[in-house]
Design a binder for this molecule. Structure first.
Ligand code: HEC
Ligand code: HEC
Ligand code: HEC
Ligand code: HEC
Length: 167
């Protein structure tokens, strides 16, 4: 594993061990050098202009920092191999907090909903930041284990088709 990733739910055996170590040193310090996401954008064209991806890209935090290097996922033309790191809803906050200190996040007034005691009223970070979701899904993996649950038909991921546009 040459490139750096932060820990999260991962495919067993792929990157779990290396990530746990990488996490410790991570912090949301602005980096001057933008990340190169072109490898992923070949298929995920809609994320080229998406706010969460774009804002992090310019600070050197590319897709792979959050989702893992995911070489096997990227090379699988059938699209059945999951990326290395996915985010079940309840893991999103933890994932962001690896770099964004919780004390700082709690201090933002607009963040009351993110820390609401009542789970029914609670919002996840990606409810408000970016449009980081695909309108159409043809592959369904268990985001915690990477197990393929359902694959429907052939995935067309051309640029600007309704299937690749974010909601
Ligand atoms: C060869 C095409 C291809 C490449 C290259 C590719 N992906 Fe994907 N990716 C897919 C397909 C197909 C899906 C499933 C889309 C669907 O549900 O219809 C997917 C889904 C995903 C998901 C959703 C997982 C979830 O939560 O369910 C993530 C995250 C992801 N890719 C990350 C990446 C990253 C990061 C890269 C670059 C390192 C990358 N992909 C490169 C084809 C690709
Ligand atoms: C700062 C961390 C971060 C970065 C950078 C990032 N992602 Fe994500 N990604 C997430 C999180 C968190 C989720 C889960 C979002 C949710 O469920 O609301 C996610 C979900 C996804 C999904 C699944 C969307 C769906 O409809 O379920 C895809 C596909 C994806 N990311 C691709 C990418 C690609 C491609 C890049 C780079 C261009 C990228 N991500 C960069 C954190 C990140
Ligand atoms: C690998 C480290 C890392 C992770 C993980 C991460 N961020 Fe960031 N984020 C950064 C850096 C670096 C910056 C730029 C410096 C700053 O503003 O703190 C940033 C900036 C931001 C900004 C300000 C963007 C702007 O330019 O106005 C928001 C909002 C943000 N992140 C949200 C999130 C959310 C939501 C998640 C989880 C899905 C997340 N971040 C996960 C590193 C990270
Ligand atoms: C209810 C909507 C909402 C939710 C949920 C939410 N945010 Fe925010 N966040 C905002 C708004 C509004 C701002 C202030 C305006 C801005 O900078 O975008 C903000 C600001 C930020 C900033 C910049 C803070 C600064 O010091 O300038 C970061 C980083 C951030 N959010 C990350 C997160 C993370 C991580 C989560 C999940 C724990 C999260 N946000 C959840 C709405 C939200």
């Amino acid at each position: 594993m040459s490139r750096n990733t932060f820990g999260g739910p991962a495919l067993a055996g792929l990157i779990v061990a290396s990530c746990a170590v990488a996490v410790v040193a991570m912090a949301a310090d602005a980096s001057k050098k933008p990340a190169d996401n072109s490898y992923c954008l070949v298929c995920h064209a809609n994320f080229k202009t998406e706010e969460l991806a774009k804002n992090h890209e310019k600070h050197g935090v590319g897709c792979e920092k959050c989702h893992g290097e995911s070489d096997r996922h990227s090379a699988d033309e059938d699209g059945l191999t999951p990326p290395e790191i996915m985010f079940p809803k309840e893991k999103i906050l933890d994932g962001c907090a690896k770099c964004h200190a919780l004390t700082k996040l709690r201090a933002v007034e607009d963040h009351d909903a993110a820390f609401a005691k009542d789970p029914a009223k609670r919002k996840v970070c990606t409810d408000c930041h970016g449009k980081h979701r695909m309108a159409v899904r043809t592959r369904h993996w268990d985001k915690a284990t990477g197990k393929l649950i359902k694959a429907e038909g052939v995935r067309m991921m051309q640029k600007d088709t309704p299937a690749t546009n974010a909601k």
